[in-house]
Structures are given as structure tokens and as C-alpha cells.
Design a protein around this ligand. Structure first.
Ligand code: MRU
Length: 367
């Protein structure tokens, strides 16, 4: 997508052909800084520290992390070490494991002397595949938005609520939840987005608002507790969120607070869609609440907030009393019964085992 009129991705290979550039998302929306990843340790740190974040982008970064590792040592032992280092960075998004397994599958049969070329080739393919998948998600989700737009009176907009950032910053390009939004906007459909601020990391306020604004999409940032009220008053036509892992039975794990939005949507008969690329499906598990590991992050994310002061300084301030206990669960699970549909690259699916298996038979794990 575009930043100041320039087509930009969240991650790319530099012209030198080996270093990897990524937008430092910890600095947005206050500063636009490009970080350079020069080895596997830096790629792992980028994922762990959330310089990059969002399930598909985590996967693409890990793939390049393996390529960077192979430049230094292309032995079997080095491949195993790089895999172990990268898989330990964040526990919830399954795209990380998917991408690392893809890299291993591509590299194990290749002799070490040829591994660097093979690694960069597969990492670039993973990035390109993500872009193509998200475009297809956009086309499939666009039909849902068009159907709602067709029911509107002249001058009325389609109102979409989203949570966290499942935009192009969370993927290589387009985003998952935002791909249908961008495609609708580009087609001239009047559309407006309610972006949940998404405490504690504020991905909605800092990232979704930033990228929608750069694309020209009308949007309103709302405190996390606002969605239910808006839905009760008919102000939301549909919810579209992203996800970090979907089980074989259609349970959806996403940023903490997604479940509460799904409950409010069900109570108010607002369609609740989840947009996902197929690498986000974990066909090895069924019950999301019991089986998906939920990341718990540091207390400072809850106790502190960072912003820009009126005179331009970036400052972090504490908002919680010293001595209070803090809990910081990064994700929650929305049971499939609360999901209207899964917007994938192969169509909008029912959130159940049969539909997922029929759409992605090559991914099904035999039990
Ligand atoms: O903790 P984050 O910022 O990595 O969490 C990101 C999300 O929860 C996204 O909604 C999800 O990864 C989908 S991204 C297309």
C-alpha cells in the first residue's frame, strides 16, 4: 500500500540482495523508521520486540531470518539452531511455525553450498504468496461489503468495525481484515471504519488508524469498550477482524478483546467475519480455548503509555499505581459458534471442520 504516495511493503529485501528492511512498528505513528535486519538474531529480536508483528508478517520475517542464518552458516546444525531461535520468539501466531516448516522443507534436501540461494528464494516466495493471498481475501470480502452497500440509501456508508491491526502492516501487503476495506474504498464504495484502539499495545489507534489514514479511508478510533454500544445503536454493519490461529474446527484466536466484540456482535445480530490466509489454520488442533497457547507479555505494556507531547517529544508515562498487580494476556479465543464466516483466499467459509477441510484438503492432518 502507499505511504506518502510511495508504494511500500512492511518488509522487503534491500537492493544489496541480502539485508532485509522492515518498518519499525514500535515507532509508529510518531516516527516512520526503517530497520535493517542483518542476521538471524536481529530477525528474532524484531519479532520478539514487536518491531514487526501480525501473524503473516511474523512468518515472513522468520523466513528471512532463516535466509540470514544460512548466509553465516548453511550447515544442518545451523538450520536447526535458527529454527529453534525463531520459533521461541512468540507462541501464539501459527504462521511463524508454518513459515519455518516451509523453510526447512525447502532447505533440508538442498546441499549446504546451495542453501543460501534456496533460502532467499523460498523466503521471497513466502512474501509474494502472502500478498497474492491477501488480494484474494480482499476480492472475497469485497463481495460482502458490496452486498451491504447495495442495501444502503444514497449518501449512507458501510460501517466496518475492526480490532487490533490486521492491516497491511501486519502482513506483507494489503492486510487480511483490511484487504476487503481497501478494495471497497478503491472501487468508490462509501466506507467508514471503526478502529478499536486495542489496549495495551494500541495497534488499532497507532497502526490501523495510521495506515487507513495514509490510504484515505475514513475512520474513527474508539476506546475498546465502545463497540457494543455502537452495535446496539445500529452503527456497525459488520465486523471484520484478523486472526493469529484458527483451529481445524473454526475457533479463532486473535488479539485480546476480540471475543468480547464477537459476543456483542452475536447479541446484536451484526455479522462477525474473520479474514485469514490459509497458513493461519492449524489443522492439528480443534478446541481453541483449550489448545492454543496464549502469549502473556510484560507488565509495562499495561502500566505505561507512550505518546508524543505537544512540543514534539516522545514520552512514556506510568498510568497504574506502583504496587498494583497487572495481567497482560495478548490474545483470546472466539469460539466458532460466534463467527459468521471465515474470509479466506478460497472463498468465504463456514467456521467448521467440514468447510475448512473441503477448502484446504492439502493441509488437513490425518488423525
Ligand atoms: O500482537 P500482535 O500485534 O502481533 O497481534 C496481531 C493480531 O492479533 C492481528 O489481528 C493478527 O495477527 C492478524 S494479522 C493479519
Amino acid at each position: 500500500m502507499k505511504v506518502d504516495g510511495i508504494h511500500t511493503r512492511s518488509i522487503w529485501l534491500q537492493p544489496d540482495g541480502w539485508t532485509v528492511a522492515a518498518i519499525d512498528q514500535r515507532r509508529l505513528p510518531h516516527e516512520y523508521v526503517i530497520a535493517t535486519l542483518t542476521n538471524c538474531d536481529r530477525a528474532a529480536d524484531a519479532i520478539r520486540s514487536m518491531l514487526v508483528r501480525g501473524a503473516p508478517l511474523i512468518g515472513a520475517t522468520a523466513a528471512y531470518g532463516i535466509a540470514l542464518a544460512m548466509r553465516e552458516d548453511a550447515s544442518d546444525a545451523a538450520l536447526d539452531q535458527a529454527y529453534a531461535k525463531l520459533i521461541a520468539t512468540r507462541p501464539t501466531a501459527i504462521n511463524l511455525k508454518w513459515a519455518l516448516d516451509e523453510m526447512r522443507r525447502a532447505l533440508v534436501p538442498v546441499k549446504p553450498a546451495d542453501r543460501v540461494v534456496a533460502a532467499y528464494r523460498r523466503a521471497a516466495e513466502i512474501a509474494e504468496e502472502d500478498v497474492a493471498i491477501n488480494q484474494a481475501i480482499g476480492a472475497n470480502g469485497l463481495k460482502l461489503i458490496e452486498a451491504i452497500a447495495a442495501t444502503k440509501k444514497p449518501g449512507e456508508r458501510v460501517n466496518v468495525l475492526t480490532h487490533c491491526n490486521a492491516g497491511w502492516l501486519a502482513t506483507v501487503d494489503w492486510g487480511t481484515a483490511t484487504a476487503p476495506i481497501y478494495q471497497a474504498f478503491d472501487k468508490g464504495i462509501p466506507i467508514h471504519v471503526y478502529a478499536d484502539e486495542t489496549r495495551p499495545r494500541n495497534q488499532g489507534a497507532s497502526l490501523t488508524a495510521w495506515e487507513l489514514g495514509h490510504h484515505g479511508v475514513d475512520h474513527t478510533v474508539i476506546p475498546d469498550n465502545t463497540g457494543g454500544h455502537l452495535m446496539q445503536h445500529g452503527m456497525v454493519d459488520l465486523c471484520i477482524v484478523g486472526t493469529d490461529r484458527v483451529t481445524a474446527d473454526g475457533d479463532v484466536c486473535n488479539k485480546i478483546g476480540t471475543y468480547l466484540k464477537a459476543l456483542a456482535a452475536a447479541d446484536n445480530k451484526v455479522p462477525f467475519y474473520v479474514a485469514l490466509p490459509s497458513p493461519t489454520i492449524d489443522f492439528t488442533i480443534h478446541d481453541g480455548v483449550k489448545e492454543i497457547p496464549i502469549e502473556q507479555r510484560e507488565a509495562a505494556e499495561v502500566t505505561d503509555m507512550t505518546g508524543r507531547t505537544a512540543d514534539g517529544r516522545i514520552e512514556t508515562v506510568r498510568i497504574v499505581p506502583q504496587g498494583s498487580n497487572v495481567a497482560n494476556y495478548g490474545f483470546d479465543v472466539t469460539p466458532s459458534r460466534l463467527v459468521t464466516g471465515l474470509i479466506t483466499e478460497r472463498g468465504v467459509l463456514k467456521p467448521d471442520r467440514a468447510s475448512l477441510a473441503a477448502a484446504f484438503p492439502e493441509r488437513v492432518v490425518r488423525e
